[in-house]
Write a protein that binds this ligand. Sequence first.
Ligand SMILES: Cc1ncc(COP(=O)(O)O)c(C=O)c1O
Length: 377
Amino acid sequence: MKLFDVYPLYEVTPVKANGVFVYDEKGKKYLDLYGGHAVISVGHSHPHFIRKISRQLRRIAFYSNAVQNPLQEQLASSIGEHSCLHDFKLFLCSTGAEAIENALKLSSFHTGRKKVIAFKGAFHGRTSAAVAVTDNSTINAPLNSQHDVTFLPFNDAEALEKELATKAYCAVIFESIQGVGGLDQPNDSFVIAMDSLCKKYGTALIADEVQSGFGRTGTFFAFQKYPITPHIITMAKGMGNGFPIGGILIHPEIKAKFGMLGTTFGGNHLACAASLAVLDLLKKENLQEKAKEMEAYFREKAAEIPEIKKVKGRGLMLGLEFDFNVGGLRKSLIYDHQIFTGGSSNKKLIRILPPLIVKQIHFDHLFQALKTELKRN
Ligand SMILES: Cc1ncc(COP(=O)(O)O)c(C=O)c1O
């Protein structure tokens, strides 16, 4: 049997990883400034992460959500402590798209409405409602058109109020920093207006933190840069450092009912152990604070290269914008310099989403490689 061919693949086969490096089958070492798409938060194969998962595996790996699982409660209090959102409630699932589905469904249950506002350039996943609120018609199948979604530009509070005033919308969903879209951010004043307009018209505000959450941007959640309180927060990626886990945090105003949400795998023992290990390490190694320090260093180094037109993003969710298509440059970084970077729907942007343990020396390696390549072309 062959694989269903949906991924354009680079000619690299990682078989081992450690810290910020991955190694191929011949032992060649690659610097991972992509983190497997912002997933690797505390570093590849961290000993504490391995120890905690292995210990859990020897006890019990999985049982369904029909029985007590104290690890879920531990995880809820640890996320509460890290995020300071103590009175929110946690529901666990396994992927980012599943977190989005649950967030949208819950908003609809809560408000009794079904329309959603999403933003131009948004990416929220590939399943039913998640892909419908994603601004990319090529990955939406006819089946997904059943959802009633309005796409608005960022920063047009007037257009947003006009829609919300119809009181037909269950949710507004937004990324504080658009990931796949190319690291665009709404204005502070727009985010604050969006928060109060949602409250005024009884619409749930969903902060999609699947990519930006768990300390990556220098605050636990990227939305915490603003004085706002979303109704639902979605999480995944960095939450498990590669172990599949996702979740939503739910405002106390939204009440639970038995059977309203559910999943077989969500919140299983191994997944909880993985995420608890991540949270331990974020605190112990002060990674959230370090993300800010590393951003400052990254910007300083980027300023030395005139071909870089703009540095976008925040913390360790960063982008380098050029005035040409960077496809070839990213290939040279992988094949000639052994550096993984990310792309986005902005073809002029290189995305940098490293493990949060990245050090100055790793960024030095990137900028030296960029200088060499830019001189060559
Ligand atoms: C902001 C955002 N939301 C949701 C998703 C979907 O997550 P997953 O691929 O785990 O389903 C992604 C994935 O890239 C994302 O970047």
